[in-house]
Design a protein around this ligand. Structure first.
Ligand code: ACO
Ligand code: ZN
Length: 281
């Protein structure tokens, strides 16, 4: 039995077809057993149903009438749109998205009850439809103040700033809720790099503008970033001094400039005026 378990954990699906991309997978994903003898799966890029044969997908595409993720379009700016999908109202879509995402996420367990999650799906839209770029999931109610459970940019779209866009978006939702948030742990290496980059850029920009003293609490109120994450970020940048039993930010302009230069591109901006959303109740 042990051997069998180990065996079934080995990466099964080697490639997927999704829209105009053929994508090599990274990790094991627990597709239903009847798919486990396939090296390649064919996804409908809109409803995310998956099939073992190209002809099945072609037949499906003739009758599938979705041209974007199910759910509400809550953001549109230029060709970028964000859709909010309720896992309870769109269970199959939520499950399909989880199967797909697990192919690129290592340590995340996937046996979530999709009912408990909202999925925020980022798309690039053109005359053929809205093509999924990436997504993040979010618990409807989080005890631990998580504002993001899993985040993924599909490999053909990685390293173009979409990850930082998704992260920024998750904090914009937290701001609208009037809450601070933090991503669910553990973070992957790429997840940590992306978050650290986002936190660094946001905090440095504020410190640069507010030459006067500012506290971690105030930074947290302005950004919806959890105080712990602010502290570790600023400690990493050596901008924290510990004085009289208290952490104090010491933002020497020269040091700030040096860090800002090293911080790289800001990623794609979220235009908050284009976000039409009310918190889940
Ligand atoms: N090598 C080095 N640094 C990288 C790389 C890479 N391959 N990819 C991203 N980064 C870093 C860079 O610092 C980059 O900023 P820069 O380009 O300004 O230097 C920063 O991450 C963000 O880059 P983006 O282009 O905004 O992010 P991207 O769209 O590539 O998405 C993500 C990042 C979502 C983490 C993506 O790599 C991914 O989907 N990975 C697989 C799934 C995963 O690991 N998700 C996170 C799990 S943790 C969690 O879900 C809570
Ligand atoms: Zn479909």
């Amino acid at each position: 039995l042990r051997e069998h378990e180990e065996f079934t954990k080995v990466k099964n699906i080697a490639t997927i077809e999704l829209g105009r991309y053929e994508i090599e997978t990274w990790y094991f994903s627990p597709f239903p057993p009847e798919y486990n003898d396939s090296l390649k799966l064919y996804f409908c890029e809109f409803c995310l149903n998956f099939m073992k044969r190209k002809e099945q997908l072609q037949r499906h595409m003739r009758k599938c009438d979705l041209k974007h993720p199910p759910g509400d379009e809550i953001y549109r700016s230029g060709t970028l749109s964000m859709f909010e999908v309720d896992g309870k109202k769109n269970k199959v879509y939520g499950q399909n998205l989880c199967y797909l995402a697990k192919l690129f996420l290592d340590h995340k367990t996937l046996y979530y009850d999709v009912d408990l999650f909202l999925f925020y799906v980022l798309c690039e839209c053109d005359e053929r439809g809205c093509h999924m770029v990436g997504y993040f999931s979010k618990e409807k109610h989080s005890e631990e103040s998580y504002n993001l459970a899993c985040i993924l940019t599909l490999p053909p779209y990685q390293r173009k700033g979409y990850g930082k866009f998704l992260i920024a978006f998750s904090y914009e939702l937290s701001k609208k809720e009037g809450k601070v948030g933090t991503p669910e742990r553990p973070l992957s290496d790429l997840g940590l790099l992306s978050y650290r980059g986002y936190w660094t850029r946001v905090l440095l920009d504020i410190l640069k503008k507010h030459k006067s003293n500012i506290s971690i609490k105030e930074l947290s109120d302005m950004t919806a970033i959890k105080a712990d994450d602010i502290l570790t970020t600023l400690q990493g940048l050596e901008l924290i001094q510990y004085r009289k039993g208290q952490h104090a930010i010491c933002a020497d302009p020269k040091v700030l400039d040096r860090h800002l230069k090293a911080a790289g591109r800001g990623g794609l901006e979220v235009d908050v005026s284009k976000l039409i959303w009310t918190p889940y109740k």
